[in-house]
Every structure is written in C-alpha cells, then in structure tokens.
Design a protein around this ligand. Sequence first.
Ligand code: FAD
Length: 529
Amino acid sequence: MTTWDAVVIGAGPNGLVAANHLIDAGWSVLLLEAQPEVGGAVRSAEDVHPGFVHDTFSAFYPLAHASPTIRSFHLEDHGLTWRHAPGVLGHPLPDGEWALLHRDRHITAAHMDSQHPGDGEAWLDLCRDWDHIGEHLIGALLSPFPPVRSGLSVLSHLRGVGGLDFVKTLLTPAAELGRTRFGGVSPRILIAGNAGHADIPLDAPGSGLMGMLMSMLGQTVGFPVPEGGAGALTRALARRFEARGGEIRCSTEVVGIEVSHRRASGVRTADGKLLTISRAVVADVVAPKLYGGLVAAADLPARTTQALRSFQLDPGTVKVDWALDSPVPWAGTPDFAPGTFHVADSVEDMTEALGQVSARAIPAHPFMLAGQMTTTDPTRSPAGTESMWAYTHVPQQAVRDAGEGGIRGTWDGDDCERFADRMQERIEKLAPGFTSRILTRRVLGPRELEARDANLVGGAINGGTSQLHQELFFRPIPGLGRAETPIRGLYLGSASAHPGGGVHGAPGMNAARAALAHHRVRRLLPGQR
Ligand SMILES: Cc1cc2nc3c(=O)[nH]c(=O)nc-3n(C[C@H](O)[C@H](O)[C@H](O)COP(=O)(O)OP(=O)(O)OC[C@H]3O[C@@H](n4cnc5c(N)ncnc54)[C@H](O)[C@@H]3O)c2cc1C
C-alpha cells in the first residue's frame, strides 16, 4: 500500500495552492476531489447554452492577480491568460448615469470629476495613499495570524499616509467612508458596492476596509478573468501540480480522517479505501464539515466541538446565468463597458438590502453583483452576444419575505425562479428590453450550489461570515486562528481559515507552510509524534 507524505482533501483554489507548495518542497502528494473535476468554486462550463461558457460560481479575480502566492506559481506557463474588460467596474444609476472605475486612475478621476468637481483629486489622493501602503496591507492580510513581519512593514509605512487618521479611515464603515472623502455619488457607491462583496454590514467596521481593498485592487490590478472561463485558473494550478509529479483523483469524496495517537494518519474515501499518510493532511474543507463529520467527535477536544456550535456561516446565495442574443441594452451607455457591475439604486438602498439579509428577511430589492463576461473575454460566447451572470445573498434561514412575492425561503425550484424574476426585474429597469434578449436562463439556488461544491453550505460562499467576530484569531473558532488544528498533522486550508474567502490561495498556502514547518521541527526532535 502506498503511503503519501501528504493528502490534500478538496481541489478548490486553496487545496490546489497547498498541493503545489507541498510538491515544490519535494513531498509526495495526493489530491482528492469529490466532484468529477478540479476547481471548487472556480469552475466554468458550456452548460447553460450551446456556444456559451458560463462560470459556475466565481468570475473575476483581483485577489488572485495580487496574491504573491498565486503569482509565484507562474500560471501563465501552464496555460493561464488573464483578460480585462474595457472598464473594471461599473454601477448603473437610476437616472442612466454610471459610476465607473477604469484601470487608468486618471480616467477614473476625470469621470468622477465630471460628475462632482473635486472628487477626481480626492480619488487620486486615495490612490496615492494606497500606493504607499497597499502592498504591505495585502501582505499582512494574507499572512498567517499574527502577521509579524508584514504587520511591522504596515506600521513602518503608516506614517506616510497620515498614521492613526488612516487607521481610522480603514475602520470607518463603508457607507460612511465615501461620505467623509467624496461629495458625489460615484466614489461612494463604488466603495460601498465593493464592500458588499463580503457579508459585513455596510454600517459596521471592517466594511470600509473591504470596500477600500476591492476598489484599490480594481484600480491597480483590475478585475481580471481567465481567458476561456474561470476553470482555466484552477486547471492551470492542477496542470502545474501534475507536471511536478502530483496525483489528482476526482470523483473521490473523503468521508473520514483517521487519527491515531492524536495525529492524522490517513483518510477514508467513500469507495471504502483507506489512504495512509506519513506527514500531513491538508483539508480544503469548510470548518463545520471538517469538525462536524470528517474528524470523529471522539478525536476532538470538547472545547472545539463546543466552540463550533457558535460558528456562523455567511448568508446563502442565489446566482442567475443568462445567455443573451445581443449585448445588454443599457438605458445609459457607459463611457467604457465594465466587466463587473453592481446593482442598487443608492448606497442607502444597498444598505437596506444587506440589512434585510442580516434581519433574516428575503430582500425586496436585492443588491446584486453581476458580470458581462463576453465584454471582458470575447471567447466566452459568439460575437455580438453576451454571457452574463448576477448573484445576490439571501438569509440562511429566512423568517419572512421583505418583498411582495411571498417567497418562502425554502429555495426549491419555485422559490429560486421567482427570486430570479425579482433579480431580473432590477436589470430590466436599468436596461429596458433586457428580458427579450434572453436565450436561456439558469438559476442556481443554495441547494444547487452546495450540490456542486460541498463547501458552499446553504449557498454560503466564504466558508463562514467575514464579520469581525469570526476573523483573525477568531477564525474559524476562537483560539484556532491558524491552519493548525487540535489534531497533529491535520491542517485547515480552506476559506474557513484566516484570512477567509476569495481566490487568493492564502489559507492553502498557510496550511502547507505550517505542515512543512512542523515536519522540520519533528525531524529535529526524534521520538516526537
Ligand atoms: C457564487 C460565488 C461567487 C464568487 N465570486 C467570487 C469572485 O468573483 N472572486 C473571488 O475571488 N471569489 C469569489 N467567490 C469566493 C471563492 O470562490 C471562494 O472563496 C474560494 O473558491 C474558496 O476556495 P476553497 O479552495 O477554500 O474552497 P472551494 O473553492 O469551495 O473548494 C473546495 C473543494 O473541496 C471539495 N471538497 C469538499 N469536501 C470534500 C471531501 N469531503 N472530499 C473531497 N473533496 C471535498 C469540493 O468539492 C471543492 O472542490 C465566489 C464564490 C461563489 C460560490
């Protein structure tokens, strides 16, 4: 029987990053994936309409593009090509105007200035602050907690951006941050919409940091997409891993982790096999499923099982994909076509929609993230058509419908279709005639998302809430803020670990590094288990 140095459970971006780092260190690594293909929530297929590629889950990757880890793999040598839309991000406003972000900061600033004189210079000021500190901040956010070296580097650069005033800016809620620095609606609504990519309420601390991070990433690296579909990114990671001798087995679900003497010794798969390991198991698995099933309760300290009871998922998601026979008929044509756009009438409308989700109500006017993929990457569908998507969040357990449709929140086919109608109406208002251009529509509710990726529990896309009480050393549970778990040789390498969701590979890299570091220590201390 083969014994592997390491088994990685789950071939999402984090599992693939961990597997690549371990194989680079010379370990023998087996990657097991439950689904028929690799990629986790970074996959695409021609399964909505013939000739159209749709991303099944995530779509644009500023964090991957900025991630030192993913950059270090040189995925361009393994078939990855990044594509950019003419405009990074847009927000169509009810009067036909647009809030727009262009990769050239001076074009963004000129557009903002034309709408509200002075906002252009204020935007450039923000960019200059980011130039000074952004890279260090990203380094600190993506490092294991506590980020000692990168934290010091942030501190040493703080003075150049105003010291504590800048810290206060980062802690200011997104809804307020825009108001303090800008007079017009565009920068405010772009920052707030970007904050809405996480589930932090727009009036809570943490949302401003998220809004600023995503806005400045948009401004510096853009919101790139892989040519040919999201899956091209994870396939490149898989190709790199296999080229270095790694083995991937798809359609292989892990159903249990073997523990002996409080150390992980192997994994059991659904087809009854036991695979043994000598060094590490890295689990790209959502925390409640790792600690609530894969590891037997008897193998866990009582405090872990107890703490997990208060683990909070992020909200559920409903995603709609459309194949359109022509481009979106926007009421007002944007100066440059954005790849990604947000839908909300105003910052207040957005705050209300997200507030309804927090209050466990199905939003009456859902705040949506959406993408025009053919605009961004012409290979996605025939010339003159558009491959498009939008998603929005819904409560994990809804207590009422804040809208008029009587949607129950059971998320059966009927709920999903009626809620998709509600989402579609929002776009129809901004682009009259949108509905008449639809060739095919596909709706993925919370159940469909989880069926395609077991980590998306109830449609939660980030492996647990991103709110402050479950971040840093509280992620996934208090005291387990690093990749290490209570079982020696078992590492949590999914978005449930710090620093959480998004495709940046940090949880996977942190887990792989922890495994390598512990192995080095074990080798120095013979007799250690
Ligand atoms: C609809 C949606 C839109 C998103 N949009 C974006 C976006 O545009 N940009 C962005 O940066 N992020 C986005 N995200 C978030 C991002 O995709 C996730 O944070 C990221 O994929 C997490 O990576 P992961 O490797 O931790 O987990 P996942 O990508 O979920 O992968 C986990 C993998 O593990 C496998 N697995 C789980 N349990 C087992 C088991 N027991 N045995 C074997 N295999 C198992 C799963 O099948 C899956 O393949 C989005 C997510 C969703 C769902």
